[in-house]
Structures are given as C-alpha cells and as structure tokens.
Design a protein around this ligand. Structure first.
Ligand code: AMP
Length: 146
C-alpha cells in the first residue's frame, strides 16, 4: 500500500504514520528526519538544506526530491510505503507523479489531518525540537498554508 500523510507541522502526522507503518509493515518515510540525518552527516544535500531548516523554510525542491527518490527506490519500499512530509509543494507532487509512473506504481490513499494553528503551535512549543522556536513555527505554518 502506498499512502501519503498531509498535515500541518505538529499535528501528530509522524505518530500516526508510524502506527500505520507498524500495522502494514511498510517503511515510514519521514522527510524531515531524512533531511535532518543528511544535515547531521554533512552530506552535499545536508549542507544545502541546513540553512532552510534552521529558519523553518522549505528546503529547495530538487534537494528534497532527490533524497526521497533515493529512499523510495530502495528494495524495502517495493511493497509499499507511508510517505510523511512529502510532497509539500506542487513541483514535489509532480516529481512524485513522475516517480510513480516511472515504476508503474500508483498511490492508494492520501490522509489529511486537519488541526488548528493554535493547537499545533501549542504542541510544537511543548515538543521543543531545535527548529521549534516561535519564529520558525510561524514560518513553517505559513509555508504549510501556502
Ligand atoms: P518536519 O520534520 O516535517 O517538521 O520538517 C522539518 C523541516 O524539514 C521543515 O521545516 C523543512 O525545512 C524541511 N522539510 C521537511 N519536508 C520537506 C519537504 N517536503 N520540502 C521541503 N522541505 C521540507
């Protein structure tokens, strides 16, 4: 099964994606985590991504698309995947369409979690990750709405 999760930051999409991943035994492809790992490992993609993540801005499409394509082409994704945090822009959605066509695959569902700005802001401030500052949160919500 191939599923996409769409939700504002802090809605609990990662938690729900993990549960689905366990239930269906498909990898949980967590875009933010893949990007943070690339930054930590100082890969070329990670070095390009860092300044955007720190400010709560979206990482350029070509950087994210390459990371995701590399991930979902691995053998463990052959039976399906739970995509969390991608696509987040129209060009990313188009790139995903192309990837699916290239491998003759289709998506089974898109789950949209709808949570108010007030609620997610409260949840993010309580979580306290490096990019969970009030300024970066506001920026991420703005990026999400766009
Ligand atoms: P998240 O863990 O989903 O909250 O993502 C953390 C940060 O990673 C975001 O604020 C962006 O800087 C970056 N990011 C995650 N997913 C994407 C994406 N699909 N496109 C661009 N940037 C992303």
């Amino acid at each position: 099964m191939r599923l996409i999760m769409i939700a504002p930051p802090g809605a609990g999409k990662g938690t729900q994606a993990k549960r689905l991943s366990d239930r269906y035994d498909h990898p949980h492809v967590e875009t933010g985590d893949i990007i943070r790992t690339a930054i930590k490992n100082e890969t070329t993609a990670g070095q390009k991504a860092k300044k955007y993540v720190d400010k709560g801005k979206l990482v350029p499409d070509e950087v994210v698309v390459e990371l995701i394509e590399e991930r979902i082409e691995r053998p463990d994704c052959r039976q399906g995947f739970i995509l969390d945090g991608f696509p987040r822009t129209l060009p990313q959605a188009e790139a995903l369409d192309e990837m699916m066509q290239k491998h003759d695959l289709s998506l089974d569902a898109v789950l949209h979690l709808d949570v108010s700005n007030e609620e997610v802001t409260e949840r993010l401030l309580a979580r306290g990750r490096d990019d969970d500052t009030p300024e970066a949160i506001e920026q991420r919500l703005e990026e999400y709405r766009n």
